[in-house]
Design a protein around this ligand. Structure first.
Ligand code: COA
Length: 326
């Protein structure tokens, strides 16, 4: 019997900062509205290259921190809604760029819940004992599917990548302990990319309508996100006898500070137990959770109880219980 233990964490955000003031010169918005409604002050934008550029930077740091040679890695899984190419997989490109000659891997897509869903899948693979060094990277270049004339969405998103190393351990105390994921398809019309897909390939007309970009009915998604995240966190906490006292950290997907606050309130958690970086990175979709872990790494202590949780398009939602073991 093995447990999948997180043995390393890393992250990368591009240098370029797009702050609310600059955004206000592009669309009809302002810093006060964005901060009050979302908690976001600025976001990072990757100026050149695709999502794999950020994945490679994050994984380089991860390999150095965990003292791992590229050829020791046996599994690389990328969760993203903005792959470098539709075909082939971004994992393939990363393996080639980093010289991971013994690894195999693939990409997954579960919108903003991708990191949670894929952590469940990869940890099960690691628990089998077959994979000794597995990398999960959550990354998105959201600027590539963001319409900077649409103030409903362009204020929200940013670019970034976060990675973790997972290794099997016989010490059952630390690692990925429990997970609950859901999806129901009820929100497909409310958060999506309408065109440039198998049913409706891109045409000149759809490009003129900006339908290759992300669309969101924010109000509808907001209501579902608050309930979905809070419910699933409560479910996983109850099942694992976690309370506001013995839970050390909530690591929520960073879509809107008001959704995060509502989830923390339902769990009875004070602000100092909630990881937050939405103010500086915005919603980086698949990267928010590992970027939070990376940001708060110095504050994490061995034995801390963490609940990671997310809500995203589809709808998709889920929570993972991790006992920190580094
Ligand atoms: N700047 C200034 N004003 C804006 C604005 C902007 N960027 N966007 C909208 N407004 C205006 C609207 O026109 C509206 O004005 P009106 O009352 O005169 O009609 C008002 O502000 C309220 O707009 P609304 O869309 O109701 O705002 P909101 O409080 O719902 O916030 C979101 C919008 C997108 C921030 C919020 O709905 C949200 O975060 N949704 C969920 C996101 C999420 O969880 N996604 C899933 C995971 S990715």
């Amino acid at each position: 019997m093995f447990r999948a233990k997180i043995t390393g964490i890393s992250g990368y955000v591009p240098e370029y900062i797009l702050n609310n003031e600059e955004l206000s010169t592009i669309v009809d918005t302002n810093d006060e509205w964005i901060v009050t409604r979302t908690g976001i002050k600025e976001r990072r934008i990757l100026k050149e290259g695709g999502t794999s550029v950020m994945c490679v930077k994050a994984i380089e740091e991860l390999l150095a921190k965990t003292n791992t040679k590229p050829e020791e890695v046996d599994l690389v899984v990328v969760t993203t809604v903005t792959p470098d190419w539709p075909v082939p997989a971004t994992a393939n490109i990363i393996c080639q760029k980093l010289g991971m000659t013994k690894a195999w891997g693939f990409d997954t897509q579960a919108a903003c819940s991708g990191f949670i869903f894929t952590l469940e899948a990869v940890s099960k693979m690691v628990e089998s004992g077959k994979y000794k060094k597995a990398i999960l990277v959550g990354a998105d270049k959201m600027s590539s599917i963001t319409n900077y004339t649409d103030r409903n969405t362009c204020i929200l998103f940013g670019d970034g990548a976060g990675a973790i190393m997972l290794e099997p351990t016989t010490d059952m105390e630390y690692g990925v302990i429990d997970c609950q994921c859901y999806m129901d398809g009820s929100g497909i019309e409310n958060l999506n990319v309408k065109r440039g897909r198998s049913e409706y390939p891109l045409t000149k007309d759809t490009i003129d309508l900006n339908e290759q970009y992300i669309y969101q009915d924010g109000k509808k998604v907001f209501v579902k996100a608050v309930k979905g995240m809070a419910d699933v966190v409560e479910e996983v906490m109850k099942r694992n006898h976690l309370s506001s006292e013995n839970l050390n950290w909530l690591v929520p997907h960073q879509a809107n500070k008001r959704i995060i606050d509502a989830t923390a309130d339902r769990a009875g958690l004070s602000e100092d137990k909630v990881m937050l970086n939405i103010q500086k990175f915005g919603n980086t979709t698949n990267a928010t959770i590992p970027l939070c872990l990376w940001d708060y790494e110095k504050k994490l202590k061995k034995g801390d109880n963490l609940i990671l949780c997310a809500f995203g398009a589809g709808y998709t939602w889920g929570a993972v219980y991790v006992k920190w073991g580094i």
